[in-house]
Design a protein around this ligand. Structure first.
Ligand SMILES: [Zn+2]
Ligand SMILES: [Zn+2]
Length: 402
C-alpha cells in the first residue's frame, strides 16, 4: 500500500501465488485486533459517542442497535421497530469493526472516497478555497453483503434460489457498490444525527492535526437491515495514490493471463473483495457464518428482484472476474438437476442494475472482454479433479521457475 508499483490481483479460483500475494498485502493480525478495539459506538438516535463513563447500551431485544439513554431509545422506537429482530445476530457489526481496524482496507476505502469526490484534484485551488471544499460535511453509502467464501456455493444459491440450501456455510464480507447521497433518487442528505457524528469526527481530526484532510461519513448498508456509520479521514497517502493513478494488474488463475484495469472505485472494490476471498484462515476477521438474511439477498439477486440491494449485488457480479471465470453450468453440486441454468440473464444485467439515473452511472458496463468469455468455457468442460491436477502442475512449474 502506498507504493507506486502496480498491484497484482488474481481473480480466478486458486492461483499458486495467491498466498504470497495475500501475505504481502495483509497487515499483521495483531494490528487488526488492536484497531478493532478503537471502534467507538455512538447513539443511533442522537449521534452522541459513548465513552468509559457513559457507554452506549444495546437494544435488549435485537442487540443490534445502540443508544445513549432510554429517552433516545424511546424516541427512536417508531423508526427502529420494523428492524428490531434477533434474526441478524450481531449482523455485520463485528465485520465492519475489522474493516475500520484494518489499515490496508481503510486505506482503500479512503482512496475510493477520494476518487468519488475528486478530492485528489483540489491541489491547484487557492489554499482558502481548497480548505473550504475539503472541510464540507460529506458522506457515501457502501452497499455490503456477506456471501459464501466458496464461489461454488454462491453460484448455486444464486442459480437455484428456491431449491438449494446448506447449513454451516462460511460467509465473508464483500463490498458491492459505493454511491454519493446526491446519486440517490430522491437525493439523500446528512441527517441531524449524521451532522453530530461528522462534527465530532471533524473536531477529533483537527485535534490530531488533520485540518487539511477531508472527513467523510461512510454508511455501510446491508440490504437496509443494518446501516453502520463510520467517519473516515482521507489522508495524504490515499490522495497520493489517487493522483498516481496506477492501474491494477488483474491476473486470471485459469489462463495465467494478466490485464490492467484502470484505478477506479470498482477496481478497488474488486481488489478488496479478492483479498478477502483469498483469506482462507480468517486472518482479516472478515468471515462469519452465513445467516438466512445473507442467503436471501443472494437468492433475491438470482430471482432478478428489482430492488436496490439485489441490483447492487448483480452489478458487482457483472464487474468482477471471479464470477465470470466460474460459470454456473460448471457446478458439480447441481449436476443432478434437470432445469437449464439461468446463466443467460447475467449477460444482460448491467442495463437495469443501477438505481441511479443513467447520466450518473459511474461504474459502467460489465467488463466482459472476449478473453473473459473464452475463460468461462474452459473450466466448464473440466471436472474438479482435473482442474486441481492442472493447478498443482502450475504450482510445480512456478516452483521450478524460481
Ligand atoms: Zn442518544
Ligand atoms: Zn432492537
Amino acid at each position: 500500500m502506498g507504493s507506486s508499483a502496480p498491484i497484482h490481483v488474481y481473480t480466478g479460483v486458486v492461483h499458486p501465488e495467491r498466498k504470497a500475494i495475500f501475505r504481502a498485502d495483509a497487515p499483521p493480525k495483531s494490528m487488526i485486533k488492536d484497531g478493532r478495539k478503537e471502534a467507538i459506538l455512538a447513539c443511533t438516535k442522537c449521534g452522541k459517542a459513548g465513552n468509559d463513563e457513559q457507554p452506549v447500551k444495546k437494544c435488549a431485544r435485537c442487540g443490534l442497535t445502540y443508544y445513549c439513554s432510554q429517552q433516545c431509545q424511546r424516541n427512536d422506537w417508531q423508526n427502529h421497530k420494523p428492524n428490531c429482530s434477533s434474526e441478524l445476530g450481531e449482523g455485520i457489526h463485528p465485520l465492519i469493526k475489522s474493516v475500520t481496524g484494518n489499515p490496508m482496507i481503510s486505506h482503500y476505502i479512503q482512496l475510493c472516497i477520494a476518487l468519488e469526490y475528486s478530492l485528489h484534484r483540489l491541489h491547484g485551488l487557492p489554499a482558502a478555497q481548497r480548505r473550504a471544499v475539503i472541510r464540507q460535511p460529506r458522506s457515501v453509502h457502501i452497499d455490503v453483503g456477506v456471501e459464501p467464501s466458496m464461489i461454488a456455493e454462491f453460484m448455486t444459491l444464486y442459480t437455484y434460489p428456491d431449491d438449494w440450501d446448506k447449513d454451516d456455510m462460511e460467509g465473508m464480507l464483500q463490498f458491492h457498490h459505493l454511491s454519493r447521497p446526491d446519486q440517490w433518487v430522491p437525493p439523500r442528505e446528512l441527517s441531524p444525527n449524521d451532522i453530530v457524528i461528522w462534527s465530532q469526527a471533524r473536531a477529533d481530526a483537527d485535534e490530531d492535526g488533520d485540518q487539511e484532510c477531508a472527513v467523510v461519513l461512510v454508511k455501510f448498508l446491508n440490504n437496509f437491515k443494518q446501516c453502520i456509520t463510520c467517519p473516515f479521514v482521507v489522508d495524504d497517502e490515499a490522495l497520493g495514490q489517487a493522483r498516481r493513478n496506477m492501474p491494477f494488474t488483474m491476473g486470471s488463475a485459469i489462463t495465467g493471463k494478466s490485464t490492467d484495469k484502470p484505478l477506479s472505485v470498482a477496481t478497488c472494490f474488486e481488489y478488496l473483495n479478492t483479498h478477502i476471498r483469498a483469506d482462507k484462515k480468517n486472518h482479516l476477521l472478515l468471515r462469519a457464518p452465513m445467516r438466512p438474511s445473507d442467503k436471501e439477498l443472494i437468492r433475491d439477486a438470482g430471482r432478478q428482484k428489482d430492488e436496490h440491494a439485489p441490483r447492487m449485488l448483480r452489478l458487482k457480479m457483472s464487474r468482477e472476474g471471479v464470477y465470470v471465470s466460474h460459470p454456473i453450468s460448471a457446478l458439480n453440486t447441481v449436476a443432478t438437476r434437470k432445469e437449464a441454468p439461468r446463466n443467460q440473464t447475467r449477460r444482460t444485467e448491467s442495463a437495469n442494475a443501477n438505481p441511479l439515473p443513467e447520466s450518473r452511472q459511474i461504474e459502467g458496463e460489465p467488463q466482459e472482454s472476449t478473453d473473459a468469455l473464452q475463460e468461462t468455457r474452459e473450466p466448464s468442460t473440466m471436472n474438479r479433479a482435473e482442474r486441481r491436477r492442472q493447478q498443482q502442475e502450475q504450482k510445480k512449474a512456478a516452483k521450478r521457475r524460481k
